[in-house]
Structures are given as structure tokens and as C-alpha cells.
Design a protein around this ligand. Structure first.
Ligand SMILES: [Zn+2]
Length: 82
């Protein structure tokens, strides 16, 4: 844990601090671009989570559609060959 200067008021705050004890600014030890990086990482993690949800949703859909009529569909395909 290190002390850094608050980006707003310049007083010393912990780099782990969520807000400056002097002026109350959030994440006082982080520069604006660092805060933006963290925001973008959060957005990236969110989109990855959403992509995973879609992926598993698709797998579940394939699984259930194969259980309900999937075998019939395959036999129909087999018959159409003859
Ligand atoms: Zn401050």
C-alpha cells in the first residue's frame, strides 16, 4: 500500500483508497486515463460474460432441439436420400 497524491486536491491518499478523505473525489490516486482503462476492462468483461451466456444458451438450444424431434429430423433426411 503506497501513498499517492490526490488528483484533485493534492493531499496524500492511499492508492487503495476509494475516495479522497480530504476532498471526497472517487479513486483519488488514479489518473483519468487509468480510470478509463478500468471502465473499458469492465465493459470488456461484461461483453465476454454476455458472449458466454449466448454461447451456452445456443448449446442448450441445440441440446433441447436434438432431444425433441432432432432424431426425427435426421430420419427424414435419411429417407429423402432414397
Ligand atoms: Zn483530494
Amino acid at each position: 500500500m503506497a501513498l499517492k497524491r490526490c488528483k484533485e486536491c493534492g493531499s496524500e491518499v492511499s492508492d487503495q483508497a476509494f475516495s479522497c478523505p480530504n476532498c471526497g473525489v472517487p479513486t483519488p490516486a488514479l489518473d483519468e486515463d487509468q480510470v478509463e482503462n478500468i471502465r473499458q476492462q469492465g465493459r470488456f468483461a461484461q461483453s465476454r460474460w454476455f458472449g458466454g451466456l449466448l454461447f451456452f444458451g445456443g448449446l442448450a438450444w441445440l441440446f433441447f432441439s436434438a432431444q425433441s424431434g432432432g432424431a426425427d429430423g435426421l430420419s427424414v433426411l435419411g429417407r429423402s436420400g432414397t
